[in-house]
Ligand binder design. Sequence first.
Ligand code: NDP
Length: 285
Amino acid sequence: MTAIIIDGKRIAEEKKQQVYDEVLRLQARGVTPGLAVILVGEDPASQIYVRNKERACARCGIYSEKYALPADTGEDELLELIARLNADRRISGILCQLPLPKHIDAGKVICAIAPEKDVDAFHPVNVGRIMTGDVLFAPCTPAGVMTLLDEYGIEIAGKSCVVVGRSNIVGKPMAMLLLHRHGTVTICHSRTPDLAAVTRGADILVAAVGKAKMITADMIKPGAAVIDVGMNRDSCGKLCGDVDFDAAAERAGYITPVPGGVGVMTITTLMQNTLLAAKLQNGLA
Ligand code: NDP
């Protein structure tokens, strides 16, 4: 069997076009969505993510502001900036790129962002809403995965869904979204004793670990939908996922490539959330 390759790039482009079309309609009513992106320090991966977010804003007609702060920025200074952006009517969404330098309490920073501008959906209020199913802003990466599953008509209800990874950003909200759609969900992590035995039962397998090619073909149920969230470098420095793609594609029914799968969808959800924030703040949702 050779898997159907899920084309995240194409779907992301379609979704961004939809955001752009809606932004034009909003602009005609005097509203332009705006996103403020804060970057503290010079982490190279974070710099790439922030650049990609700025580009996506430009593509979608969303106004963006970037705050690149030095690594030694004080926590108070960062909190002051967030307070200012919370009050700024041009700014619909605020995100602070993680990880933050160690001397800054990331939890405090996340809590300082007004929940109605928290387009990353990291604030406890928004996390709670994801838990109860009353989702305001969708968690960017997991929601991107759901869009891919839906676009390819992959059924979730009643299916066995295995999420490998339990981070607050990916694994946990991913499991919640699948659960809300009636998947039977198992979450695995580094203390799961026989990972392969669990993954082999998955109709939908989501890998969000951060270990290059750790999901091998023998861990996949024939015909399964395999979603690779991982973004790693292989021994040659080439970008790769958590799944051993070539061998896995011989066994899976559907599979996402890296790059061109989930990553592009994450930023697309961020654009959708920023649009939604602008609509809500202007009574247009
Ligand atoms: P974290 O490091 O926060 O979490 C990794 C998870 O994997 C942890 O829950 C950990 O378990 C688990 N894990 C580690 N080793 C194993 C193992 N051997 N077997 C089973 N589980 C294991 O990572 P993130 O969730 O933030 O990110 C995961 C990956 O996704 C990374 O490659 C990251 O770059 C990528 N990513 C991609 C995005 C995209 O847009 N495509 C967005 C965000 C992340 P434990 O909790 O027990 O330590």
